[in-house]
Design a protein around this ligand. Structure first.
Ligand SMILES: Nc1ncnc2c1ncn2[C@@H]1O[C@H](COP(=O)(O)OP(=O)(O)OP(=O)(O)O)[C@@H](O)[C@H]1O
Ligand SMILES: [Mg+2]
Length: 375
């Protein structure tokens, strides 16, 4: 096993006279045995980063090290890395056993060494009964296990996964996600895993790397990323449904007050924030509040002494265990999503008063979009 270190890694694709920066100076230190997940929107450079580590793509600038060794000019086959892709393309004319053994055969390993390795990996993945079958006689999840097995038998220093589960249906994804987590616990292997599935990122990663536009936005444990997003991008990207990000101004009204949409939308800011936010009085700010921290107000006063904001409901989505609602302020400038109890009696078009948990407010600088540290 080994660590993986990226320092100032860049990838520039040349398209005729135009240069496109796909990865823009990524610094990342993956510890030996760590599970790191790369997340971010489509086109943010996740696959390119992984492919540079694997040696499938040249590195325009910076260095990639595996363990102590600089890998920039080392051929992919000499990096002792195994990569599992979304399209795992098993050989259709080979059995599961042959598929798993193929890479080792190519490398000239003798059959007496290959066989136990394949059987060990098959046992670990629970596919021993499938070894004599051909891929077309397997379900999607079974095929994905074989693809994992093919990577396992190589006993690589580092596993790279590029959205390996995105072809599977929702239920299988959850099952395979747990398998991969278990494999990681058992093997203690270094793993880098690309996904744009939040749930995968949050549940699998020791740490997650949020990328946008080829740049690292935050590297932290999943919980820390959720609790203390460093900027509005991470705040809006991690968490589902996304955090409400409300642009407004800080005004003085006895205490500090967040105001938007004229006076139609006003939230009294809890006194703990006074010292942190007072210097920003009169200036624009972005208030962040997660849908799970928004509650309907019963009666006049809101929870925790905060008055609620009156909004009109646009959308009510019953999703079983909860009710997702979105509502807008009178001027229409603010849109708030909330997660309510499943039995809540609400209908689109109706007025509703929502209040925000005073202990769960986030503030961001309107210009830099950076988090204003909580007091
Ligand atoms: N071979 C290439 N030539 C030119 N541009 C490329 C090439 N491969 C990728 N790009 C560009 O580089 C950027 C990053 O691509 P990349 O495949 O790394 O994104 P990604 O984060 O993996 O996205 P997705 O979630 O859609 O897989 C994109 O803007 C993409 O269009
Ligand atoms: Mg990709």
């Amino acid at each position: 096993m080994a660590s993986v270190t990226l320092v100032g890694v860049r990838k520039i694709y040349q398209e005729g006279p135009r240069a496109r920066v796909a990865v823009d100076g990524v610094d990342l230190a993956v510890l030996d045995g760590e599970f790191v997940v790369l997340v971010g929107p489509s086109g943010c450079g996740k696959s390119t980063t992984l492919r540079m580590i694997a040696g499938l793509e040249s590195i325009s600038a910076g260095t990639v090290r595996i363990g102590e060794r600089v890998m920039n000019d080392v051929a992919a086959k000499d990096r002792n890395i195994a990569m599992v892709f979304q399209n795992y393309a098993l050989y259709p004319h080979m059995t599961v056993l042959e598929n798993m053994a193929f890479g080792l055969k190519l490398r000239g390993l003798p059959a007496r060494e290959i066989d136990p390795r394949v059987r060990e990996a098959a046992a670990l993945l629970g596919i021993t009964p499938l070894l004599e079958r051909r891929p077309r006689h397997l379900s999607g999840g079974e095929q994905q296990r074989v693809a994992l097995g093919r990577a396992l038998v190589r006993k690589p220093d580092v596993f790279l996964f590029d959205e390996p589960l995105s072809n599977l249906d929702a239920k299988l994804r959850v099952q395979m996600r747990r398998e991969i987590a278990r494999l990681h616990r058992e093997l203690r292997a270094t793993m880098l895993y690309v996904t744009h599935d939040q749930a995968e990122a949050m549940t699998l990663g020791d740490r997650i790397v949020v990328l946008n536009g080829g740049q690292v936005q935050q590297i932290d444990t999943p919980l820390e990323t959720y609790r203390r997003p460093r900027n509005t991008f991470v705040a809006g990207f991690i968490g589902s449904p996304a955090m409400n990000l409300l642009p407004g101004v800080l005004v003085r009204h006895g205490g500090l007050r967040f105001r938007a949409d004229g006076d139609a939308f006003a939230v009294d800011i809890p006194p703990v924030w006074e010292r942190t936010l007072a210097p920003r009085e009169g200036r624009p700010v972005i208030l962040g509040v997660r849908p799970e921290d928004v509650r309907p107000t019963v009666g006049a006063a809101g929870g925790g002494g905060m008055a609620g904001v009156r909004l009109r409901l646009d959308l009510v989505e019953p999703v079983g265990q909860e009710l997702l609602v979105s509502a807008h302020s009178e001027g229409g400038a603010q849109e708030v999503t909330a997660r309510l109890a499943p039995g809540s009696q609400v209908e689109p078009g109706q007025e509703i008063t929502l209040s925000f948990d005073p202990d769960a407010l986030h503030f961001f600088d309107a210009e830099t979009r950076k988090r204003i540290p909580a007091p």
